[in-house]
Design a protein. Structure first.
Length: 205
């Protein structure tokens, strides 16, 4: 194959990948603002593409939801790996809770699909279990380090995450930060010499 032919072949593939990523980015923002029922034609219009182009990449709405969820899950996986790598047990746990809250606010529609009964969620069941086990490790580390109240369990932390889950975009980011701060204060060991308040503020920045 000649160089000119290689360049012609490479350009359509590059354009196609750029279009695909643009569609996913637009869909994620749209799903967060308006839920998963937004017509595919509206997503195509916002992406500046024809509906045929969108369907060529994602023949059905579920395919697009799955692609958007894959990006969200990958980001959450990266966040959790960073928390597991954090040597300070309290920073690790509080950072993970804050990351959960941030994703719940920014990706509301996708989170409802991931933790609900949407058909696309089935592909990420293993990821959800791995995230749950990772959170258990963070809680165990914080408890062993004396950073949590002695009566706090993994289930208690899950209750806190459940309190964050219904948070809606109608609330401000400041409201969300305040909610996370209060939940973390409720989990923290009662130690006036501990820098937990400072750490909470660091996690919310």
């Amino acid at each position: 194959m000649r160089i000119a032919e290689i360049e012609v072949t490479r350009k359509p593939r590059t354009d196609a990948e750029l279009n695909r990523r643009r569609i996913i980015a637009i869909a994620r923002a749209a799903f967060a603002d308006e839920g998963l029922d937004l017509p595919m034609r509206d997503i195509a219009r916002r992406a500046g593409l024809g509906i045929a182009t969108v369907h060529r990449h994602f023949p059905a709405r579920t395919d697009l939801v799955t692609a958007a969820l894959a990006e969200l899950v990958a980001e959450c996986r990266g966040d959790m790996q960073a928390s597991l790598a954090e040597p300070d047990p309290w920073r690790a746990l509080s950072g993970a809770v804050h990351n959960f809250a941030e994703h719940r606010l920014q990706d509301r529609g996708l989170n409802e699909a991931l933790f609900g009964s949407h058909p696309a969620a089935a592909a990420f069941a293993v990821d959800r279990r791995e995230q749950a086990r990772a959170m258990e490790r963070l809680v165990d580390r914080a408890r062993e380090a004396g950073e949590l109240r002695p009566d706090v369990t993994v289930e208690d932390v899950r209750v806190c995450l459940g309190a964050i889950a219904p948070f809606r975009l109608a609330h401000s980011a400041t409201d969300l930060q305040r909610l996370v701060e209060l939940l973390l204060i409720g989990l923290a060991a009662d130690d006036s010499t501990s820098p937990k308040t400072e750490t909470i503020s660091w996690c919310l920045q």
